[in-house]
Design a protein around this ligand. Structure first.
Ligand code: NG1
Ligand code: ZN
Length: 533
């Protein structure tokens, strides 16, 4: 350990706040930006250790609090293939973050080195990025101190979307190998996506312009960079691009606003014409919600479930047309929050699996299919092509021109889709491709199925850990007896469904309810909430 003499001095400069307990949860560490200084320093050390453990492969660190308020911030680690940090290391992250003093921290580091059998002589490489939050620069400075303390080689990706940081990690680690994923630069990302998009819509009638609500976050930068590359193939009209206006981030706009309130962001009210498509990103541009205003001037939301239905249907049809139906099985992964109508629609067409909330569960379940489509209702998701499927696509000999065209589309989709993580920009282009191929407006897309009215409410309880679930979070096993009471209530509502689970990112319990009519869904949600409270 003698090579790391800087650790004590640097650790003393980033003391842990004694009254706070940190937890590396489904979204990494996430809380008020003002209490994260010590956490960022320690995450720098952990990222260095993770890289050493993986023989110097580059690890990613993203500083963001996504759709949460501007004063929040957070940090998560990205593993070499661009995926979330391996679950067994989440505990190491929490241990380091909670070490009370500098000497406790050093002991904790030594324990991890022993436990995970880390060879400290290996190199360490870390690429990091941040969103547009005002607390970002100071937190990145703390992170850099952590990287310096563990002597990791840093690469600054600057202000980037979360999916771009994942892309960079994957391209850096596959550079010059047969698994190469693209050029390891932000420009490489825009070129890869826009190139694939243009090939996929070549010869199609360009769609009318798309309004993009950037949530006053980093997605605004990304849209301004990719727009020129898309040229005439797609016209984007960005809104909510005020990335430096204090308090604007995610405020009365963005994907979470749209999903939670099922309303048009007020800033778009005079801009979205009847029938026109619009979409919203969240603060780090990994979630996407679509919407339009119908003929009766009603706001219509097209959420992650609608995206899954649209995309899965398109992929299945391409596989059939390409003559690959018996070789490549397409499946869909959802969580309990998926609208019941979407589950019914999808399950009539292909295999559907339900897993607990959290991207890692969805991602892992989707990897089990040849092509796995996963979307959370809140708009986070992507499509995964297994290695075997990518090889099948690369080597398949089409026997008709129609087969050849479908095969090419599938190959281009593997380029367009960010397979490491949900990506608002990549998903937006994917949706636009399907709409262009299907000649759909928002209305036709919306008509695939009719959403069941639903309501999501938060309940503040004394101890949310008292709520334990099974069956992909659809059933409560504790507190004892509560599930029976919920079941009794649900039975009284036509088309009723409801479940209760503790949030993994907030200190609340969430209650979800669906019913055949809106007032009943609301009533069911509030009555179940009454049982929980
Ligand atoms: P929690 O707080 O565990 O419900 C929320 C979202 C998840 C996921 C995570 C990570 C809902 C109901 N829950 O999780 O889907 O996106 O945040 O950001 O939307
Ligand atoms: Zn996000």
């Amino acid at each position: 350990f003698q090579h790391y003499q800087e650790i004590p001095r640097l650790a003393d400069a980033h003391p842990k706040l004694s009254h706070i307990r940190y937890q590396y949860g489904t979204a990494g560490f996430r809380t008020l930006g003002s209490v994260l200084d010590s956490v960022l320093f320690r995450v720098g050390i952990l990222a260095g250790l993770r890289s050493k453990k993986l023989d110097g492969k580059t690890i990613g660190v993203m500083v963001t609090a996504s759709h949460n308020p501007e004063d929040d911030n957070g940090v998560k680690l990205v593993d070499p293939r661009g995926e979330m940090l391996e679950a067994s290391w989440e505990a190491h992250a929490s241990t380091l973050a909670n070490a009370a003093t500098t000497s406790d921290l050093i002991e904790a580091i030594e324990a991890i080195v022993r436990f995970a059998k880390i060879d400290l002589s290996k190199p360490a490489r870390v690429v990091y990025g941040r969103d547009t939050r005002p607390s970002g620069p100071a937190l990145v400075a703390s992170l850099r101190d952590g990287l310096a303390a563990i002597r990791a080689e840093p690469r600054d990706a600057g202000i980037v979307t979360t999916p771009i940081l994942h892309y960079l990690v994957r391209t850096i680690n596959t550079k010059g190998t047969k698994d190469t994923y693209g050029d390891d630069s932000e420009e490489g990302y825009y070129e890869k996506l826009s190139g694939a998009f243009k090939r996929l819509v070549a010869g199609k009638q360009p769609l009318p312009p798309l309004i993009v609500d950037c949530a006053n976050g980093v997605g605004a930068d990304a849209i301004s960079k990719i727009s020129p590359q898309l040229g005439d193939s797609l016209k984007l009209i960005p809104h909510n691009t005020a990335t430096s206006t204090p308090g604007a981030l995610n405020n009365l706009c963005g994907a979470d606003y749209v999903k939670t309130l099922q309303k048009l962001p007020p800033s778009l009210a005079n801009h979205l014409k009847i029938g026109q498509r619009g979409c919203s990103f969240d603060g780090d541009a990994d979630r996407l919600m679509y919407f339009y205003i119908d003929e009766r001037n009603q706001f219509r939301m097209l959420d992650g479930d609608k995206i899954a239905a649209l995309v899965a249907g398109f992929v299945v049809d391409l596989i059939k047309t390409a003559g690959l139906e018996s070789d490549v099985k397409v499946g869909v992964v959802q969580t309990a929050y998926a609208n019941g109508s979407s589950t019914k629609y999808l399950a009539e067409r292909l295999p559907v699996r339900c897993v607990p909330t959290g991207v890692k569960h969805l991602h892992h379940a989707a990897e089990r299919f040849d092509i796995g489509v996963y979307f959370e209702a809140n708009g986070h998701g992507t499509v995964l092509f297994s290695t075997g499927t990518q090889e099948t696509l690369a080597h398949h000999e089409p026997s008709t021109p129609a087969q050849s065209t479908a095969l090419n589309h599938l190959l281009n989709l593997t380029q367009l889709i960010n397979q490491s993580v949900g990506d608002a920009i990549s998903d937006m282009l994917l949706v636009e491709v399907v709409l262009a191929h299907r000649l759909y407006s928002g209305l036709e897309w919306d008509s695939l199925y009719v959403d069941l009215p639903n309501r999501l409410v938060k309940v503040i309880v004394e101890d949310r850990h008292a709520f334990q679930t099974e069956d992909a979070e659809r059933q409560l096993v504790s507190p004892k007896g509560l599930q029976g009471k919920i079941d009794d209530l649900v039975r009284r509502y036509d088309g009723g469904r409801s479940f209760v689970r503790p949030s993994g990112t907030e200190d609340v319990v969430r209650v979800y309810a669906e019913a055949a009519i809106k007032s009943q869904a609301d009533e069911l949600a509030f009555r179940v909430a009454g049982l929980v409270y």
